[in-house]
Design a binder for this molecule. Structure first.
Ligand code: ASP
Length: 326
């Protein structure tokens, strides 16, 4: 059978980082090495004729922008539509990888695999982790059972809905929380740990809505303004008051525990909501989900972390014609 192509889209990150000394794994500059150069340095891939490599951006993912997301969504959609392409790998920084993964899953809900991969050490490291991560991501992108947006790091495959960066330094920096990973990659083979989430389970927006949101995202330079505030000891309504004055359209609150919010902050959030600002409650706990109780007034994030709940709220606000400001 004719082997299909796999696409690698480079966006930067530590995986493309360089430091002055090979023994320095933290004092590096992210996003310095091009994706083509990274691939050319991997002997097993250097001469592969079934890889299409494109540099989409070259940024530290802490500085991710909506413009990069839009560009990424457009190119991913284009390559997915090609019959000769079986899957896509995106090299990305670890810092906002989960947000990009969630965004792409929400707007594209792809049948073919879209695999984000990354590294915790720069490309110049004495023992870099990016090479193995790229090899593992390619294994997933070429696997017939793989589908949807996933993240691959340290041999672990996480679904876009569950993945979260949970470690600042270790190579295995991601977790899927309560759901657990989808699979492991072991010596170029996939060991599946649970049913691969179906397209239906991964759908966060209806098919019509995701098409509408993508069209809106591609055409509007200004996205709905949604910010995150956190509840903590001594929290008050000051930041929420400032956000209301700044005309935000939505606020996600990273609540304590099972969605609890400091009473002063909660009062400010309820006031904001009464002024027409959408308010969503997520938990700042890494595991678990908010279990809503009777008599609670604020919508919960349906298990999404605060940063993913923010992406979700921005996308939903895009569906409202009046939500995006000129
Ligand atoms: N700051 C880097 C980034 O997100 C961190 C990394 O890639 O590990 O691009």
């Amino acid at each position: 059978m004719h082997q299909k192509n796999t696409v690698i889209l480079g966006t930067g990150g530590t995986i493309a980082g360089q430091s002055v000394s090979a023994s320095d794994n933290i004092g590096y500059t992210a996003a310095q090495v091009g994706a083509a150069e990274l691939i050319a340095a991997i002997p097993a891939l250097a001469t592969s004729s079934h890889l299409l490599v494109e540099q989409l951006a070259q940024i530290d993912s802490k500085d991710m922008t909506f413009a990069v997301w839009v560009n990424l969504a457009e190119r991913v959609r284009y390559f997915l539509s090609r019959d000769d392409v079986c899957g896509i790998v995106i090299t990305h920084g670890t810092d906002t990888l989960e947000e990009t993964a969630y965004f792409l899953q929400a707007v594209l809900n792809p049948v073919k695999p879209v695999v984000l991969t990354c590294a915790m050490r720069p490309a110049t490291s004495l023992v870099p982790d990016g090479v193995q991560n790229i090899m593992d991501a390619l294994t997933v992108a070429r696997h017939t059972n793989a589908r949807g947006v996933v993240a691959v790091c340290a041999g672990v495959v996480h679904s876009a809905l569950d993945v979260q960066k949970v470690h600042t330094y270790q190579l295995n920096a991601f977790s899927s929380g309560d759901c657990g990973p989808v699979a492991y990659v072991e010596e170029n083979a996939l060991r599946t740990l649970r049913d691969w989430p179906s397209q239906h389970q991964l759908r966060t927006l209806s098919a019509t809505d995701s098409i509408a949101v993508l069209a809106k995202a591609l055409s509007d330079e200004t996205w709905p303004s949604v910010e995150i505030v956190m509840s903590y000891a001594g929290a008050n309504g000051m930041l929420v008051g400032a956000l209301c004055k700044a005309d935000v359209q939505g606020i996600v609150v990273a609540a304590t525990g099972n969605g609890t919010i400091h009473q002063e902050l909660e009062a400010a959030l309820l006031k904001a909501r009464s002024q027409g600002i959408e308010v969503v409650r997520a938990s700042r706990c890494v595991n678990g989900r908010v279990l809503p109780k009777l008599g609670e007034f604020l919508t919960d994030s349906n298990g999404l972390s605060p940063v993913k709940a923010r992406v979700e709220l921005m996308l939903r606000l895009m569906l409202l014609p009046s939500a995006v400001q000129a």
